[in-house]
Design a protein around this ligand. Structure first.
Ligand SMILES: [Zn+2]
Length: 342
């Protein structure tokens, strides 16, 4: 009886002092533990022991019943939580409700955050070529939440593409690459807009490039690289260009006058046969994955302003020897594309 009165008094006192419920339950649990301790330590005929029941088993039973009641309550609360539908996440800034969770790991990065993710959503990136380099670059640009992605390519998907052009599935054989790429990207991230251009880079290249903030060149031939570089210099657009041969890949960001253009570093196309295309010389299946993903990394960095970009540096990855080198590259004042008098 005394213990019950004390328990009620503790609860009322806790309530009057606005103590948290958990603390009040804790105080009552300590009172119970004290009563059990009295029974276990004092002799049978002790007056205190007789006044609070006299039998440790009664207090043990009280404890078991209380524990069962608490477990029942906790179980019921858990069931209710599971049954209740999760409230939809409120849209924040330019994002739809489903995008916040999708980009949460990006938003956690100090260098990107919500502001950087919003920049990615507002960005327009044009990818030249939906092949080996374009595939991983496109996939990661879409997954990362780049809002508008243009892709230009005039080829259809062939058997020999499938070992490394991972944006195209086997059932896309014979389908234009830009269409196959758009379908994969839409399935990966329905919140980004994909604009396919099924054509070769040609006379209208410059007007197309002018519509985008950043250009990624993953084409497989020198002629296209020079064409894209010239158009980017004329339009003042930054260009991330990469290339592959067998076991080696290279990548840089070209943006004169801040850094060289592609023609500053490679003023002349190599003699025929010295830089054979992948179709002639072969290429390691995952190599475009590494370099294409690097293109996406540098694109995200460029758009969000995170870290040090590749402007003025040519990064070379030698897969066969597992070596990565970075070469400093400078502008050529006599560059036929961006130099003085060009
Ligand atoms: Zn140049």
């Amino acid at each position: 009886m005394i213990v019950l009165v004390l328990a009620v008094a503790l609860w009322v006192l806790g309530w009057a002092l606005a103590t948290p419920k958990l603390l009040r339950w804790g105080a009552i649990a300590m009172l119970w533990a004290g009563a059990v301790l009295v029974h276990l330590t004092l002799p049978d005929d002790a007056a205190l022991r007789a006044s609070i029941g006299g039998d440790a088993r009664t207090w043990g039973a009280v404890g078991v019943v209380a524990a069962l009641l608490l477990a029942y309550r906790a179980g019921l609360a858990a069931l209710r939580r599971r049954a209740a539908p999760l409230p939809p996440a409120p849209p924040s800034g330019p994002f739809a409700a489903g995008e916040i969770a999708r980009y949460s790991r990006h938003i956690l990065l100090r260098e990107i955050g919500g502001a950087g993710q919003a920049r990615l959503k507002a960005a327009r990136v044009l990818v030249i070529g939906a092949g080996g380099l374009g595939s991983p670059a496109l996939l990661y640009l879409a997954a990362a939440g780049v809002g508008t992605i243009g892709v230009i390519d005039d080829d259809v998907v062939e058997d020999s593409n499938l070992s490394r052009q991972i944006i195209h599935m086997t059932d896309a054989l014979g389908v234009p690459k830009v269409q196959s790429a758009k379908e994969t990207l839409n399935a990966l991230n329905p919140y980004v807009t994909v604009l396919p251009y099924q054509r070769r880079m040609g006379g209208d290249t410059q007007s197309l490039i002018a519509e985008y903030d950043l250009i990624l060149d993953g084409s497989d031939n020198m002629a296209t690289r020079y064409l894209v570089n010239t158009a980017c210099v004329a339009a003042g657009k930054p260009l991330i260009s990469a290339a592959l041969t067998q076991w080696e890949g290279q990548i840089s960001l070209y943006h004169p006058p801040l850094s060289p253009c592609y023609a500053c570093i490679f003023p002349h196309a190599p003699e025929a046969g010295l830089a054979p295309a992948c179709a002639e010389a072969g290429v390691l299946s995952p190599l475009p994955g590494v370099i294409g993903a690097m293109m996406a990394v540098e694109a995200v960095k460029h758009i969000t302003g995170a870290g040090e970009g590749l402007a003025g540096r040519l990064l070379i990855y030698d897969a066969l020897d597992a070596q990565v080198r970075s070469i400093t590259v400078a502008r050529n004042a006599k560059c036929p594309v961006c130099g003085v008098g060009s």
